[in-house]
Design a protein around this ligand. Structure first.
Ligand code: PLP
Ligand code: PMP
Length: 474
């Protein structure tokens, strides 16, 4: 359908928090529209560009020319990556006639199915999430989250008095059945009796942090269906979207997946109820601090106003280099090639290697994992019931014993409790990782294959295997 045949977004004004509803556009910015023709501006307090001590900006970037066009193919995996051929991008001082500056239009690969959507830049998904929450949630509100989730999201909300309610997960991330059950039966347990039904969901659909789970096409559709039925806003935090290992292999694939990539929740939404957060942190570099939020235009205006009084916009250095690299040098084709041939392949090979090392060195009686299909993480389940002292002491004590043994043996993974939704006890010093393990159900460790060399991964799994043997034979 052409865009004009698509519906308009629904009106979600009743979902706005006090803060969201009262954001106003900055009047100073209103001056900008007069800045044309013969206007002499004594208005905005901007330094004149001739005073900037930066005359140009340049960077050596990976070459993304197709194979055969005089450049070597992009290098894949491991330490040899240093041999990638490079090119220079250059951002000059003045404007460049004829150059596309609009990063977001060049990157728009998940076209929503309603007319009035828009894109607004963020300083990454951490920033984007904080802005979405401030637009939608008041102190005391509850937000639905995966039962194991990204700690910074919870830590951002805690001091604001915005609470979270865990929703059950399976090997495909948040369960649509669990979400529906929870909302269908809301109020039936005493703790919920006086609580308003939550209206906002935070979820990580691809290569979930920490579990590595990825939603199938069907699961995505089911989640959207529940969101419509219970009138929910979905915050789709998807930093690992392009780290999909099996693109095009979902058997239920249809038109949406002709590109081979999973359909985003945003692309399945016809109402304007999905706030999608994209970031360059995992695909290019976390230090770029550039991301973008795609959502209904009303929400975009509110976040834009919030940006105007906080970050203004992501760093101009980052934007300049990214625009030059993505738009002028790589182009859509080069960027797609980078994502599929480089990012996806690199992380796929790394994930395969870590899994192979695990199988080689770890006794399956003591630990297991579900094969990750995207992202950077392996969520390792520790079989505490195999411990000789199982049942005689809390599971958390057994997990702490294992964690300490791992540290002693020089292998570090993130304690599973850090991703727990349970309220953190105030009597424990949680920064003392060797001294406490909170949440008896957190019998997991999160390992990442994103950073260590192949050799180090082998070493780490050897040490992990030995730590398990030592603790489980004690
Ligand atoms: N959201 C999730 C689920 C993450 O795992 C991460 C990275 O650690 C982020 C957001 C942070 O993204 P950004 O660097 O874009 O703020
Ligand atoms: N505070 C004051 C008093 C200012 O005049 C300005 C810029 N006009 C700012 C803050 C904004 O600073 P920044 O660009 O670092 O966010």
């Amino acid at each position: 359908a052409g865009p004009s045949q698509l519906p308009m977004a629904k009106d979600f004004s009743s979902f706005l928090s006090l803060e969201g509803a009262s954001r106003k556009k900055s009047p100073l910015k209103g001056l900008l529209r007069f800045m044309k023709g013969d206007m002499v501006s004594l208005g905005g307090g901007l330094p004149h560009p001739s005073n900037f001590p930066f005359y140009s900006l340049s960077s050596d970037i990976a070459s993304m020319k197709p194979v055969g066009q005089n450049v070597k193919n992009v290098a894949v995996v491991n330490e040899k990556a240093a041999s990638v051929s490079s090119e220079n991008v250059f951002v000059p001082h003045g404007p460049q006639p004829g150059k596309v500056e609009n990063l977001s239009s060049a990157l728009q690969m998940h076209r929503p199915k309603y007319q009035d959507w828009d894109v607004v830049l963020s300083a990454g998904n951490t920033d984007g999430f904080a802005k979405a929450v401030s637009m939608l949630c008041n102190r005391g509100d509850q937000i639905l989250v995966e039962e194991w989730t990204y700690p910074a999201a919870l830590e951002m909300m805690d001091p604001l008095g915005i609470r979270h309610v865990p929703v059950g997960m399976d090997g495909e991330g948040m369960s649509a059945v669990a979400l529906k059950d929870l909302l269908d039966n809301w109020g039936s347990i005493p703790e919920q009796a006086n609580e308003a039904k939550p209206r906002v969901v935070y979820l990580i659909p691809t290569g979930q942090n920490p579990t590595g789970a990825t939603m199938s096409v069907q699961r995505r559709k089911d989640i959207i269906k529940v969101a419509k039925e219970h009138d929910l806003i979905l915050i789709e935090d998807d930093p690992y979207y392009y780290l999909q290992f099996f693109i095009g292999e979902d058997k239920s694939a249809d038109n949406e997946t002709q590109s081979g990539w999973m359909p985003t929740l945003l692309s399945l939404d016809t109402d304007g109820r999905v706030i999608r957060l994209d970031t360059f942190s995992k695909t290019l570099a976390p230090g770029c601090r550039v991301g973008y939020m795609s959502m209904n235009a009303r929400f975009c205006t509110i976040v834009q106003s919030h940006n105007e009084v906080t970050i203004q916009q992501p760093s101009g250095f980052s934007q300049g280099l990214l625009a030059e690299m993505l738009v002028s040098n790589w182009g859509q084709e080069g960027y797609k090639r980078y994502l599929t041939e480089k990012v996806r392949t690199e992380y796929f090979n790394r994930s395969q290697h870590l899994q192979a090392c695990f199988r080689k060195h770890v006794n399956p009686r003591f630990a297991s994992f579900i094969e990750p299909t995207a992202g950077m993480f392996v969520w390792i389940k520790i079989h505490v019931d195999q411990h000789p002292r199982y049942g005689t002491m809390p599971d958390s004590a057994l997990m702490l014993e294992l964690f300490n043994k791992c540290v002693e043996n020089n292998v570090l993974m993130v304690p599973g409790w850090q991703f727990s939704c349970k309220p953190k006890p105030s009597n424990l010093d949680l920064s003392d990782l060797l001294g406490c393990w909170f949440d008896d159900e957190a019998t997991y460790l999160r390992a990442t294959f994103s950073y260590a060399t192949f050799e180090q991964m082998d070493q780490a799994m050897t040490r992990f295997g030995e730590s398990l043997e030592a603790v489980f034979s004690a």
